[in-house]
Ligand binder design. Structure first.
Ligand SMILES: Nc1ncnc2c1ncn2[C@@H]1O[C@H](COP(=O)(O)OP(=O)(O)OP(=O)(O)O)[C@@H](O)[C@H]1O
Ligand SMILES: [Mg+2]
Length: 243
């Protein structure tokens, strides 16, 4: 059975939000950023979120990952309402269920590539030996076996992004949230990183939510949703329509 078909058999979304609203406060002024967003991702499904700069994409991803608190509405990850959890328990759930890939990788600068990829497994309580074995295996898959002892500052942008991808996937999470994961790379490097990411995601059978400006990359996902000034339009664009 292909992992991608999993979501057709399991009817519960791995991640969803209902009537999600986010306002930011700027002094006395309230800045509405997201309005009544309803969104869900099924197990094994890939979804692209597209929209103009400032439309609320990163804010939505941060809320879905429990990194920020909504003004109203709820986010449910793996059948658990994130708002019902303490900060610590949210972190615990995130470590076990989610993989996060940020635009600027957010690798820990004082640690090597290998140590960065080991980190989520050590947080899960795995032994150093097991963590290293798994980290080395995934670093090999992203073609970085020769860079494991390098710290982020001594790696290229594409290499850093591949370390970030390895770190997000090493726990074999149920869902990956990626914010412009190739945004700071040239087209050629972005294509290589995307190919690798898609291959690993299919191997693991994980769900994938990716924010991107690049429509050709977005079209490689099962579904595309667009966001405009904080309002999400689901199904407006069909991933397969023009491909
Ligand atoms: N902490 C904050 N305080 C106040 N306003 C914020 C804050 N974070 C984001 N915003 C505002 O919310 C809006 C949406 O920001 P967000 O980062 O979600 O946009 P985006 O769609 O990810 O844009 P980009 O494509 O440029 O990354 C913007 O107008 C931004 O200025
Ligand atoms: Mg953003």
């Amino acid at each position: 059975m292909k992992p991608k078909k999993l979501h057709q058999e399991n009817k519960n979304p791995i991640l969803f939000c209902t009537d999600l609203k986010k306002d930011y406060q700027d002094g006395d002024k309230i800045i509405p950023v997201l309005e009544k967003v309803n969104f869900s991702v099924m197990p094994g499904e890939s979804v692209a979120i597209v929209g103009r700069s400032g439309s609320g994409k990163t804010t939505l991803l941060n809320l879905l990952g429990g990194l920020e608190t909504p003004t109203a509405g709820k986010v449910v990850l793996n059948d658990t309402n994130l708002q019902s959890l303490s900060e610590r328990k949210r972190g615990y759930l995130r470590n076990r269920v989610l993989g996060l890939i940020f635009q600027f990788h957010h690798l820990l600068p004082e640690f090597t590539a290998l140590e960065n990829v080991c980190m989520p497994l050590l947080i899960q309580g795995l032994s150093v030996h097991t963590a290293k074995k798994r980290a080395l295996s995934i670093l090999d898959k992203v073609a970085l076996s020769h860079r494991i002892s390098h710290k982020p500052a001594t790696m290229s942008g594409g290499e850093r992004q591949r370390v970030a991808i390895a770190r997000a996937l090493v726990t074999e999470p149920k869902c990956i949230l990626a914010d412009e994961p190739t945004g700071n790379l040239d087209n050629h490097s972005a294509d290589i990183v995307y190919d690798l990411m898609m291959q690993l995601i299919k191997e693991i059978g994980t769900s994938f939510v990716v924010v991107t400006h690049d429509l050709s990359l977005a079209k490689r996902m099962d579904r595309i949703v667009s966001i405009d000034r904080g309002v999400l339009n689901d199904g407006e664009l069909d991933a397969g329509a023009n491909s």
